[in-house]
Write a protein that binds this ligand. Sequence first.
Ligand SMILES: [Zn+2]
Ligand SMILES: [Zn+2]
Length: 86
Amino acid sequence: MAACEVCGNDYWMAFEVRTVSGDTHTFDCLECAAQKLAPICEHCQVKILGHGVEVSGRFFCCAHCARAEEGDRGAEIRDAVGARPA
Ligand SMILES: [Zn+2]
Ligand SMILES: [Zn+2]
């Protein structure tokens, strides 16, 4: 048994997440893990749960938000989800 560090729930299926910095965190569910660890889009402030877009160390939820903040350089950013038009 381990307690979730976000909500405190002591749950038998709690799990650990190790981040790139080597820190280990304990959560009872993915929502709590996202609450603690997911980066936040600098443009629209949603939590980034998918791949997202990283530009110069700034995180965005999608290409649209990256273009909105990064101006000219953002024009090169493309979303790469879904079928490519023929
Ligand atoms: Zn929790
Ligand atoms: Zn966004």
